[in-house]
Write a new protein. Structure first.
Length: 216
């Protein structure tokens, strides 16, 4: 079982990015792991509805305030890569958003994304936990700051729903992998991370907690 979503992401980004690429990070927030690819990315644009967060992102060449559920303020076929790091779970209109991502990609371009997998029984149970408790878990376990935890919708958050939304927009799946990352949420409690990792190993692959995917 793969337990590091960043390693899977790196493999997919290595396949997607060529020297001289232009990249759009959808939901860029305050930082980006695409900073490690600036030797291949000649122009990195970030878009986010949280203007304060986007303005703090010093790794971008350009930041644009925009709602990912609406039409993006970019020309057709302007990017080689669209990257979305734990963004899909927040989308209110995933079909429209995927269509926009397809529109702004050049022929042969790639969409690489990470998102929560609601096919995981452990992630689904999270809906039953009070919001203040979920926030505390994310803050202490996954290291998320309170200001960076946003409302979730989970409208395309199983492997099947994700592929359906992407293919309806004209994408073709390259890779859709489910990674066991639940142990991150137990990092602050001695021994809990090991227990959570063991629990995820008992699940079918499609039910592990994080989806990492690439589409073209």
């Amino acid at each position: 079982m793969e337990t590091d979503h960043t390693l899977v992401e790196r493999r997919l980004l290595d396949e997607a990015l060529r020297p001289g690429s232009t990249a759009l990070e959808a939901g860029c927030g305050r930082t980006t792991r695409l900073r490690d690819y600036r030797d291949r990315i000649v122009r990195l644009v970030g878009v986010d509805s949280d203007e304060a967060a986007g303005r703090e992102n010093r790794y971008l060449d350009e930041f644009v305030v925009a709602d990912l559920d609406e039409r993006l303020p970019f020309d057709d076929a302007g990017f080689d890569l669209v990257y979305a790091n734990f963004v899909v779970e927040h989308l209110g209109r995933p079909a429209a958003t995927f269509a926009e991502w397809r529109r702004v990609l050049r022929p042969g371009g790639r969409l690489v994304l990470l998102t929560s997998n609601r096919a995981s029984p452990f992630m689904a149970v999270g809906d039953l936990v009070p919001e203040r408790v979920r926030l505390a878990i994310k803050r202490r376990g996954a290291g998320a700051a309170e200001r960076d935890v946003y409302r979730t919708s989970y409208l395309a958050n199983t492997p099947e729903l994700l592929v359906r939304a992407a293919t309806a927009a004209g994408f073709e799946p390259v890779a859709v992998e489910c990674v066991g990352t639940l142990h991150r949420y137990g990092a602050a409690v001695p021994g809990l991370g090991r227990v959570l990792k063991g629990a995820e190993r008992t699940l079918p692959a499609r039910r592990r907690s994080t989806i990492v995917a690439s589409f073209r």
